[in-house]
Design a protein around this ligand. Structure first.
Ligand SMILES: N[C@@H](CCC(=O)N[C@@H](CS)C(=O)NCC(=O)O)C(=O)O
Length: 203
């Protein structure tokens, strides 16, 4: 059975857990506490030299890092990844946007305020992050002006990748009231019968 190295409050880990749950895939959960430096031990760095969770380890010892790469691997051959060339590229377009514009601003704001609240020095970064985070939310809002989901007419890994930190953006100081399309989409994604909460690690 594969092992997911993860940290319960992590949105990056949550993306993977959401998909594992929806696909009913069994896995072992191993908590790695990022607030205690557990991602930077020699043993963990051997598994992921980039020192970060989530990390998805197969029975044969191969280990895959980067949340969106793990989503892509798990979604292959399932309804969460379109089988047409254009649809797959659109999924990747949203996931690259998530990694370059959305996660580094919204997730990092949340980490500063919510995961590492005692690290007051980092709060100086917040105004710049908030400005860029709102620019990313505007793009997401526009992408949701019409369709129910980001790609095609059904939930894909693009939705899970972007749902993870958008639904807790308030913990990073973002007010989502000005984004009605995003709010309706968040409710749609969360209405799935196999939906789990961000810190849920057992299901
Ligand atoms: N691009 C990576 C980011 C992973 C990441 O930033 N993980 C954080 C937790 S959400 C982490 O492990 N931080 C611990 C550290 O940097 O030591 C992904 O999407 O998986």
């Amino acid at each position: 059975m594969p092992t997911l190295y993860d940290f319960a409050p992590s949105g990056n880990g949550y993306k993977v857990r959401m998909l594992l749950r929806r696909l009913d895939l069994p896995f072992k959960y191993r908590e790695v506490d990022i607030t205690k430096g557990e991602t930077r031990t020699a043993a963990f760095l051997k598994k992921n030299p980039n020192g970060r969770i989530p990390l998805f380890e197969l029975d044969d010892g191969r280990a895959l890092a980067e949340s969106d790469a793990i989503l892509f691997f798990l979604a292959e051959g399932t309804p969460y990844l379109p089988d047409d060339k254009w649809g797959r590229a659109e999924v990747l377009q949203w996931m690259f946007f998530e990694q370059y514009n959305h996660e580094p601003t919204i997730a990092v704001s949340r980490a500063i305020l919510h995961v590492f609240p005692n690290d007051k020095a980092r709060r100086a970064e917040l105004p710049g992050l908030q400005q860029k985070g709102h620019a990313a939310l505007e793009v997401l809002e526009g992408g949701l002006s019409g369709p129910d989901y980001l790609v095609g007419n059904r939930p894909s890994i693009a939705d899970l990748a972007l749902y993870a930190y958008t639904h807790v953006a308030d913990e990073g100081g973002f007010d989502l009231n000005r984004y009605p399309n995003i709010r309706a989409w968040l409710a749609r994604v969360a209405a799935h019968p196999k939906h789990i909460r961000i810190s849920q690690t057992k299901f």
